[in-house]
Design a protein around this ligand. Structure first.
Ligand code: MN3
Length: 249
């Protein structure tokens, strides 16, 4: 069975149910992350690796199929495995079946691998094949998101510049993010080191770009800037708008 189709059907069903409650204005808004499929299996309490929403070759020529395949089936799968292992070890420590002195290690492992799993899930779904390849990728944001970007960064061009410059200058491995800060209701651009460091509490991730070398090295080698220029052609702005709507509704 196609996992993504099943998830979309579930979301459609949920939306229909929510529509029936339209009169309840005070109902908690769906968070940006609420519809994200992390492949959590209630029966085993373990996370699984969801399928990509497109084929491995679909983002060509911007990201090559071998990079996509290894990135998803090896790197992302590794974070899912590491997340399950960290949770299992923490359970064992609570049950006094493991050395409590290793708690700090497994807490770090939990943050790193849970971050890796969520970051990559947001990353895959935040991209789409470009318009020449049957997708909706690229172009500029529109609507309320474009207005907010213009308000908070000065213009779409200034946003594009800062987003790429911030991602390009991440030291070592990490991510560039467009986030929503829900308290002052503003968009910001942040850098993330590894899978979890430097992100502040409350930041709601909208758009992320993976700048670990595994994300681009086969095609771009040390030219991270070229990879980031290519990435702009496959941003799924309708999905980022959906996340923005969920964060601000
Ligand atoms: Mn990665």
């Amino acid at each position: 069975m196609n996992t993504n189709l099943t998830r979309r059907q579930a979301i459609t069903t949920m939306s229909a149910a929510t529509a029936g409650l339209a009169g309840l204005a005070s109902i908690a808004p769906a968070s940006t992350l609420a519809t994200l499929n992390l492949g959590f299996d209630e029966s085993t309490s373990e996370y699984t690796l969801p399928d990509l929403p497109y084929a491995y070759k679909a983002l060509s020529p911007h990201i090559d199929p071998i990079t996509m395949t290894i990135h998803h089936t090896k790197h992302h799968a590794g974070y899912v495995k590491g997340l399950n292992k960290a949770l299992k070890q923490l359970h064992a420590i609570r049950s006094e079946k493991a050395d409590p002195g290793t708690l700090q290690h497994w807490q770090r492992q939990l943050a790193f691998h849970a971050g890796g799993h969520i970051n990559h899930t947001l990353f895959w779904e935040g991209m789409s094949p470009d318009k020449n390849n049957g997708g909706v990728g690229g172009g500029d944001p529109t609507g309320s998101l474009a207005k907010a970007i213009t308000r908070d960064f000065g213009s779409i061009e200034k946003f594009n510049w800062q987003f790429k410059a911030a991602a390009k200058s991440v030291e070592g491995s990490g991510w560039g993010w467009l986030i929503y800060e829900p308290i002052s209701k503003r968009l910001m651009i942040t850098q993330m080191q590894n899978q979890q460091d430097m992100m502040f509490a409350g930041a709601i991730p909208l758009l992320g770009v993976d700048v670990w070398e595994h994300a681009y090295y086969l095609s771009y080698q040390n030219r991270r800037g070229d990879y980031l220029n290519a990435f702009m052609n496959i941003i799924n702005w309708p999905e980022i708008q959906r996340r923005y709507n969920a964060a601000t509704t």
